[in-house]
Design a protein around this ligand. Structure first.
Ligand code: PEP
Ligand code: MG
Length: 904
């Protein structure tokens, strides 16, 4: 059984290599050296090792980049000498000299980070072409035109990337020349045209650089390596890293490799392929190629490439060798590969292989298939799927019964449904997306610079480019729906219109994309809940065999409870009861209860509410029969059930002005007075939770009666209710002790005379720092603890969720003051520390105290890893996140094993 030889990246490995050498020839590396050689460098070295044809070259390590970045761009002292020595060895091996007038060596200079970041950093091709070497190259290729085209492409790329000449400077000159010659395609320009263009490009470069374009290829190489180092910190790479949680400390390696040319006429080609379909995971041929083209043409979507299958006709030998190489590489790496290749005059070269980015459903299919094929085991399969990918599968899809006619159909580049308003540029998509609008980014094609807009959009629609175009690759990696290459759409970015046949859509009009079929619809189509397929079920089932943490759901209705059970929940960890009060039908009784002047009036209002609560509980106990259900007593402050203070004041004012019925006015004034009285400056820290229960004991008493009656009724019908009653917002042991007495007395009273018995437990939420610190005292009165990490985050850090998220917290995250939103993923040291402390102290008096979590963090993989490590018994999260939690709980164990191994 083979597993991937590629070690997981780690910043530490790379930076620890300070005294290691900075350059590795391809023959010296292998796949395990990813942290040092970057993904691309390690994999080309590995391919060299296993005898796959790769152009010769060397890799400048990530450690060199990190050193340079640390010292404001200053290179380690020996680096340039080392590069020159490596170049000399390469020249020796190839029998060519960089930029020479005879037998010239041309190289590519490519970035290659530890974790692949497609298109985010820079690349320079054809380096080594010069006034000296251009003629020789023309002779060798038997095509001066080819050589001059390579030269103008080089200046264009070098000038733009290395010397920061604006791209349009060269583009404009190229367009002007074509115009002058009366042609539309670059390929229609002659050798002489291109020669003239090279001269023009040099002049333009000088104008913009304020100095001559360097003519010495060695100097160009030095500057190019430096530019790639710098590109590690460019804004789009930064955005991509943040979106994908890649550390900025990893640095990029730089790969210098001999150029092979896919554009030496029709016996040459270049392409991209996957060993399986990265959109569906099916084992089938998937790839594209272009004859007489250079690699960037395919990825950048400049010409629309042909399906790989057609290569069999055009270049049969190279095609068959490629198919065999694909098989070999997948077997070697034990995972689906994403491959770049070039055919130069019928000879195949592999330029890159890496584990292919895939959609969530493909990830499951591939992982399961690889287990079935005996390539990897179940534990490895679980490592191959990321929790975020489960999340993607759990998103809604377009209702298959929609019946709408698509406006057009493009390529189904990345599946899923996206509904949003059309926007035509990435900046607008970013701005509006961040402001919370649902937008779909519509572009002729996307470029790496569009990354921030892609992230903020619901989906991407392009008119151009194939299944391996930039938009497609990036969207799949991020789980964004994408329809690419929809060639019937016409985009006018100035007028901001999208025309499809006779339909004209404008900025702000809504469309729906179906990334699974490639269809585009006008308006917003109905979405349906996610369908969990067999691959998903199987893999999450494997997770269940490994995990230790229990997984429950937060559910407040019978329907949610049912769904949670279908998703594999092992009980309910939090049933919030407030929505049972909020319901329109019940609100009048609830308000009467709150406004009651005396106990009798309150009791009669509560008596009306009780049967309604009881029926809610019955549904939930029934749905979760045999599994524990934690019912939390009422938590929010009472004013939340009353009308808004300002609205009520305005109503009173209006009634006063209108001078209508006195009784109506009086009632409104009474209500206003009551709202005033109940409204608090800091309701979050006010009369809520156990405080409310102790001030109005009739409320918890009614709730406990409803719980007991519901449990008895369900048992009567043959169900098996397992009741856990939970008290919110406890800070003092005394609070819980009193509530426990109230609960016990009420249950006893309900059961008295009936001869019935009911097992139940009483526990508390731990959601205040004091409760965590004094957990030993509180545990004396508790059968279980459940950490309410939402409130514990608010009160532990001292930030109000409602106010912080839209304000300073976003800036804190952007500025790296905090690693992420602590309401989404737990603040591991602080709030996580309180969870640890509370658990330890609680268990110091009750060794087997059951402890869970029911805040939002119960469904967050990174938080789950911490809860697993602390030794909690279960997590509880929303029903849709239950599979993620099951999976993450297994990953926590597997990742823990990995860590132990790497420390051993
Ligand atoms: C919590 O505080 O984490 C919790 C689950 O309670 P709520 O979100 O209802 O305050
Ligand atoms: Mg709470």
């Amino acid at each position: 059984m083979s597993t991937s030889p590629a070690a997981e990246p780690s910043a530490h490995d790379a930076s620890a290599a300070e005294d290691a050498k900075y350059i590795y020839d391809l023959s010296e590396g292998d796949a395990s050296m990813k942290p040092l050689l970057g993904g691309k460098g390690a994999n080309v070295a590995e391919m060299t090792k296993i005898g796959i044809p790769v152009p010769d070259g060397f890799t400048v390590t990530t450690a060199a980049c990190i050193e340079a970045t640390k010292h404001d761009g200053e290179w380690p002292a020996s680096l340039w000498d080392d590069i020159q020595a490596a170049l000399a060895r390469l020249e020796e091996r190839t029998g060519r000299v960089l930029g020479a007038a005879e037998n010239p060596l041309l190289v590519s200079v490519r970035s290659g980070a530890v974790v692949s970041m497609p298109g985010m950093m820079d690349t320079i091709l054809n380096l080594g072409i010069s006034d000296e070497s251009v003629e020789a190259l023309g002779r060798e290729a038997d095509s001066p035109r080819f050589a001059w085209d390579a030269y103008r492409r080089f200046i264009q790329m070098y000038g733009e990337v290395v010397e920061q000449v604006p791209a349009h400077v060269y583009d404009d000159a190229l367009v002007a020349l074509k115009h002058q010659r009366g042609v539309t395609q670059d390929t229609e320009l002659t050798a002489d045209d291109l020669k003239g263009l090279v001269a023009t490009f040099k002049d333009l470069s000088r104008e913009h650089m304020g100095e001559e374009l360097p003519t010495d290829p060695r100097e160009q190489l030095r500057r190019s390596v430096d530019a790639v180092f710098r590109s590690w910190l460019n804004p789009r790479a930064d955005v991509y890293r943040r979106a994908n949680n890649i550390s900025a400390d990893l640095g990029t390696a730089v790969n210098v490799m001999q150029m092979v040319f896919g554009n030496r006429g029709e016996t040459s080609a270049t392409g991209v392929c996957f060993t399986r379909n990265p959109a569906t995971g099916e084992k089938e041929l998937y790839g594209e190629f272009l004859t007489n083209a250079q690699g960037e043409d395919v990825v950048a979507g400049i010409r629309t490439p042909r399906p790989l299958k057609e290569m069999e006709q055009v270049l049969p030998d190279a095609y068959h060798e490629l198919i065999e190489t694909m098989r070999k590489l997948e077997e070697h790496y034990g995972d689906m590969q994403d491959i770049e290749f070039t055919v130069e005059e019928e000879k195949l070269y592999l330029l890159q292989t890496r584990n292919g980015k895939r959609t969530a459903s493909a990830a499951f299919k591939v992982a399961r298939a690889l287990v079935d094929e005996g390539v990897i085991d179940q534990r490895e399969a679980l490592r191959r799927v990321e929790p975020a990918q489960l999340d993607q599968l759990l998103h809604p899809a377009i209702d298959p019964e929609h019946g709408a006619t698509p406006l057009t159909k493009g390529l189904n580049a990345s599946p899923g449904a996206a509904v949003g308003e059309v926007v035509f540029d990435a900046d607008t998509a970013e701005r509006r997306g961040k402001a919370g609008d649902a937008v779909v980014l519509v572009r002729w094609e996307t470029a790496p610079d569009d990354i921030a807009g892609v992230i903020a959009a619901q989906g991407v629609l392009t008119a151009h480019g194939g299944m391996t175009s930039h938009a497609a690759v990036v969207a799949r990696g991020m789980g964004k729906p994408c329809v690419a290459g929809a060639s019937e759409i016409k985009i006018d970015t100035d007028a901001k219109t999208l025309t499809i046949g006779s339909t004209v859509l404008r900025d702000g009009d809504t469309i729906t994309l179906d990334g699974s079929t490639g269809e585009v619809f006008e308006g917003a189509l109905e979405l349906v809940p996610p369908q969990i397929n067999e691959d998903f079920q199987t893999i999450v089932g494997w997770a269940d065999e490994i995990r230790r943490l229990g997984v429950r759901a937060n559910a407040d209705t019978g329907e949610d409870a049912k769904r949670a059970r279908e998703f594999g929940a092992e009980g309910i960890g939090l049933c919030r009861t407030e929505h049972m009060f909020m319901n329109e039908e019940r609100l009048p009784a609830v308000q009467r209860m709150i406004l009651a002047e005396d106990e009798d009036a309150r009791a009669s209002a509560l008596a009306e509410i009780l049967p309604m609560q009881q029926s809610d509980f019955e549904e939930i106990f029934e749905a979760m029969s045999g599994l524990p259900v934690t019912v939390r007593l009422l938590d929010p402050p009472l004013h939340e059930f009353l009308p808004n203070l300002v609205d009520q004041a305005l109503l009173v004012q209006r009634l006063e002005i209108e001078g209508g019925k006195q009784s109506e006015l009086k009632e409104a004034q009474h209500l206003l007075g009551r709202i005033h009285k109940l409204t608090e400056q800091n309701p979050m820290l006010g009369t809520r939770g156990v405080r409310l229960a102790l001030m109005y004991p009739e409320i918890p008493e009614m709730q406990v009666r409803a719980i007991v009656r519901a449990a008895l009724a369900v048992r009567e019908k043959g169900g098996d209710p397992k009741v856990e009653i939970m008290v919110p917002l406890v800070a003092f042991a005394q609070e819980l002790q009193r509530m426990r007495d109230l609960i016990d007395e009420t249950v006893a009273d309900e059961l008295s005379g009936s001869g019935d018995q009911l097992d139940y437990t009483v526990g508390t939420m731990i959601e205040l720092p004091r409760a965590a610190v004094c957990a030993d005292q509180i545990a004396e009165h508790a059968d279980f603890f459940s950490f309410g990490t939402n409130d514990l985050t608010q009160t532990g850090i001292g930030i109000s969720r409602d106010d912080a998220e839209g304000a300073f917290l976003a800036a804190y995250v952007d500025d790296d003051i905090v690693p992420g939103n602590p309401f989404s993923s737990i603040d591991q040291d602080g709030v996580g520390g309180l969870v640890r402390l509370g658990t330890e102290r609680g268990r110091s008096v009750k060794e087997h105290l059951k402890v869970g979590v029911c805040g939002e963090h119960g469904g967050d993989p990174a938080s789950i890893a911490l809860f697993n490590e602390i030794g909690l018994d279960y997590v509880s999260c929303s029903p849709y996140r239950v599979p993620i939690a099951r999976f993450a709980a297994a990953r926590a164990i597997l990742d823990g094993e990995n860590e132990e191994k790497s420390q051993a």
